[in-house]
Design a protein around this ligand. Structure first.
Ligand code: URA
Length: 211
């Protein structure tokens, strides 16, 4: 498999530790959500490294100084519903961000994603978009979400996930070679039901305790 240069595998011992907890089928929803939030801070840190800054004048308790603040228009777009599990950490790391949402469901027979909701902040035009979904599986949902977002004419889009697999990375890179992918793990493969193996199961169900 060709993994092109736009994939950033974010690694750190803490990431490995939290991911091990998330993969464990015995982990309950509360702990699963807290590990997902922790991993999302790491991904947000890496994915936002290249945001542009502007100089500002501030007065500390001691003297005036020049400091830097964010200059880019930043938009977070979680894909409903599992992407919501990453939203809080990204909001804390990037408090100036506006938030959009894309709702997709997987058609059970064809396994293809279908859009049921989309809403974007006006700043999406010309902005830096962070598209959030913990799992990059077949890549079809990500590619559809990227198609929808591109109609809003953002400056750039970064796809942020936690677990990915070669099939999904290849699909997204084929259809959206301009999009950077940030992931905490690249797993072995996709199974016939489009689950990542070894993966962590259905992220939405595990976040919300729906199974
Ligand atoms: N979505 C999930 O939640 N898990 C997978 O393994 C694949 C898609």
């Amino acid at each position: 498999m060709k993994i092109l240069k736009k994939v950033k595998l974010v690694n750190h011992p803490t990431i490995e530790h939290q991911l091990a907890i998330m993969r464990d089928k015995q982990t309950n929803s509360t702990l699963f959500r807290s590990c997902l939030k922790c991993l999302s801070y790491f991904i947000a840190y890496e994915a936002s490294k290249h945001l542009e800054t502007r100089n500002v004048s501030v007065e500390t308790p001691l003297q005036k100084t020049i400091a830097k603040k964010n200059r880019d228009k930043v938009i977070l777009i979680p894909i409903l519903r599992a992407g919501l599990g990453m939203e809080e950490a990204f909001k804390e790391m990037l408090p100036f961000a506006r938030i959009g949402h894309i709702g997709l469901f997987r058609q059970p027979r064809t396994k293809q994603p279908v859009k049921y909701y989309e809403k974007y902040p006006l700043t999406t035009k010309g902005g830096v978009v962070f598209l959030l979904d913990p799992m990059l599986a077949s890549g079809h949902s990500a590619a559809l979400a990227l198609n929808l977002i591109k109609k809003q004419k953002p400056k750039s889009i970064k796809f942020c996930c936690i677990v990915s697999c070669p099939e999904g990375i290849e699909y997204v890179q084929k259809h959206h070679p301009d999009v950077e992918i940030y992931t905490a793990a690249i797993d072995k493969c996709l199974n016939k039901d489009c689950y990542i193996v070894p993966g962590l199961g259905d992220a939405g169900d595990r976040i919300f305790g729906t199974k």
